[in-house]
Design a protein around this ligand. Structure first.
Ligand code: ATP
Ligand code: MG
Ligand code: MG
Ligand code: MG
Length: 577
């Protein structure tokens, strides 16, 4: 296929857009791939749409390869299924809600667990029907508090979401593993440098969960990784060697909840309300950052112990209590610190979370306990061992369990360094949260009903366009990996000469005939403008047809390495195919 730039719907920009904070945003706008329509809403222009479609194709191939079947739901969904699972409320302000002309409530789907569970229930009834994996590549809507960085955090974005349905836990583990392997293949094929980190499972509810993070300074997720092994973890899920489920010396353990690294009052309020503390919080509340919970050995339930205030690492419990509303103070009193020296009396503030990983200030007595730390929207427990017994300060506080550069990796290999990444995929073993809500059962061989167990698996397809661009660019522009580039070869006609134009046409034609997709710059522009655009657009191979043609040569440039070769005209096609 040949795409002629003389008629391509494309205008590149010389200047960076004023609102662009990160390279991918800047370059995707400048190179004419996307245009902003609203906060977190972008239109795809021809080149951008091609990259998006190529990523979708890779995702689709790998999903099909694990036997997943593609279906498609509407984005406009009725409230009732989401009400049945509690998510109509849980999602809070992140959901776009609307009413139809009759006053019925609708939402624009932020994720589709409910609909998939209901659909499977509607179609399948026997154990013989299972397992099944269904997926869609579809537009999602989330009213993100801070849409950001162009495609990286949109309010309308494309996600591949799949859902597995199995008869038992082993089946779920298999479906999860199939997805995990498929995701590795997808992200490898897309040319990404990424890590897989243990994650907590968020508003999805459930247990095992991993995130795929594209390594990028501009990412919003902080993780740690070992210098010498594959070990990597979300900082919210750092596991140190103390066994998480075992109460230490039979004493109570504490759980510290904190909001994401850059908490907003909105995320915290959502979190507090979802935590079911017994009162409703609003953004006007002064409490901001931390929820401390406790449980006794053997207890399944956690009790709220306290709520911290942000940013002030010197704050003590008295000040903390003084900063609380009466409702929280009484909750604090519920936990008897004097009688129980093993409760965490610490807190975490954003300042403490700021640089490289996690720091805690805890009561020294807690050094014989351990703390559970989860993300704000993440109910599952991952332990951060606060057992350290070091660095006591005279006033009795201790800095414990800092995860910072140089700490030993929990797997015993190398030390930890902290880094940032972009969440490009997320896989969850949901278990039966949704199938319980909708009573999704299969009739077993003994005619007894078996409750189906579920997994959900997301890939941020539109976010990937930006994530790849974050990793594949230089000062001059985008540098696409071949697997997703908007064309295979960019043929630049450099010169006004009719022979040069014809030479360009001929080479483009021959390349296209051999199955390559060609972007042909046949515009009436100066070579300088054309070269700059070719670098900006980022097609992996640039063929310059210019003065050399008279001598029978063209220049073939590798966009990534910058290497230029003079190649005989007759050999260009074999050189490239
Ligand atoms: P994040 O932590 O970045 O807000 P998430 O954990 O809320 O993402 P999931 O619910 O796990 O997202 O959705 C699956 C995938 O969808 C994510 O891994 C991410 O790649 C993508 N995604 C989520 N939110 C957005 C968004 N606002 N814009 C673009 N892609 C998104
Ligand atoms: Mg999110
Ligand atoms: Mg996330
Ligand atoms: Mg996620």
């Amino acid at each position: 296929m040949i795409t002629r730039m003389s008629s391509l719907f494309l205008r590149t920009l010389r200047e960076d857009p004023a609102d662009a904070e990160v390279p991918s945003h800047r370059l995707l706008v400048r190179a004419g791939y996307v245009r902003r329509v609203a906060p977190g809403g972008y239109s795809w222009l021809p080149l951008g749409l091609r990259v998006l479609r190529r990523i979708e194709a890779v995702v689709r191939e790998e999903m099909d390869a694990i036997g997943a079947q593609e279906i498609q739901f509407p984005a406009l969904l009725p409230k009732e299924p989401y009400e049945a699972t509690g998510r109509w409320t849980e999602y809070g302000p992140s959901v776009f809600r609307l009413k139809d002309r009759k006053g019925a409530d609708y939402l624009l789907g932020p994720t589709h667990e409910e609909l998939f569970a209901l659909t499977v229930k509607g179609e399948y009834s026997s154990y013989k029907d299972y397992p099944v994996i269904l997926y869609q590549i579809q537009t999602k809507y989330r009213d993100e508090a801070r849409p950001r960085a162009g495609l990286l955090r949109g309010r309308e974005f494309v996600m591949k979401d799949s859902y597995s349905f199995d008869l038992d836990d082993e089946g779920l583990a298999r479906s999860y593993q199939l997805h995990r392997d498929a995701y590795l293949r997808i992200f490898d094929r897309l040319g990404l440098d990424y890590v897989v980190v243990a994650a907590t499972s968020g508003a999805m509810g459930g247990s095992a969960s991993e995130e795929f993070l594209a390594v990028a300074e501009t990412g919003e997720d902080t993780y740690v990784r070992s210098t010498d092994s594959d070990y990597a973890a979300n900082v919210e899920a750092v596991v140190t060697p103390a066994p998480p489920e075992q109460p230490i010396e039979g004493k109570p353990q504490a759980q510290v909840h904190y909001t994401p690294n850059t908490p907003t009052i909105e995320t915290l309020v959502d979190f507090l309300n979802a935590a079911g503390i017994g009162r409703t919080f609003t953004a006007a509340d002064t409490l901001k950052n931390v929820l401390v919970k406790t449980r006794n050995p053997g207890d399944r339930e956690w009790r709220l112990l306290g709520i911290g205030v942000p940013g002030d690492r010197e704050v003590d419990m008295k000040r903390l209590e003084a900063s609380l509303e009466p409702a929280e103070v009484s909750l604090l009193e519920e936990a008897d610190f004097a009688a129980n020296p093993f409760l965490v009396k610490g807190y975490i503030g954003p300042a403490a979370l700021a640089d490289n990983g996690v720091r805690y200030l805890v009561d020294p007595r807690v050094v014989r306990g351990s703390a559970w730390v989860t993300g704000a929207d993440k109910p599952d427990h991952h332990v951060v061992d606060l057992v350290c017994g070091r660095d006591f300060t005279p006033d009795g506080t201790v800095e414990a369990a800092e995860v910072r550069e140089g700490d030993a990796s929990p797997d015993g290999h190398g030390s930890l360094v902290s880094a940032r990444g972009i969440e490009i995929g997320h896989i969850f073993q949901l278990g039966r949260k949704y199938t319980d809500a909708f009573e999704v059962d299969a009739l077993g061989p003994d005619s007894k009903p078996v409750r189906i167990t579920m997994g959900s698996y997301g890939v941020g397809v539109s976010r990937l366009v930006a994530a790849i661009a974050e990793q594949h660019h230089d000062d001059l522009g985008l540098v696409w990996p071949r697997s997703v580039a908007p064309a295979d070869v960019h043929v630049v006609v450099a010169g006004k000469d009719e022979a040069v134009a014809q030479g360009g046409e001929r080479i483009a034609g021959e390349l296209a005939q051999r199955g390559l997709s060609v972007l042909l710059d046949d515009r009436k522009a100066t070579p300088g403008v054309k070269f700059a655009d070719a670098e900006l657009i980022g097609v992996p191979t640039i063929v310059v047809v210019g003065r050399g043609l008279a001598k029978g040569v063209v220049e073939v440039k590798d966009r990534a390495s910058g290497q230029r070769d003079e190649v005989a005209v007759d050999e260009v096609v074999t050189h490239l195919v």
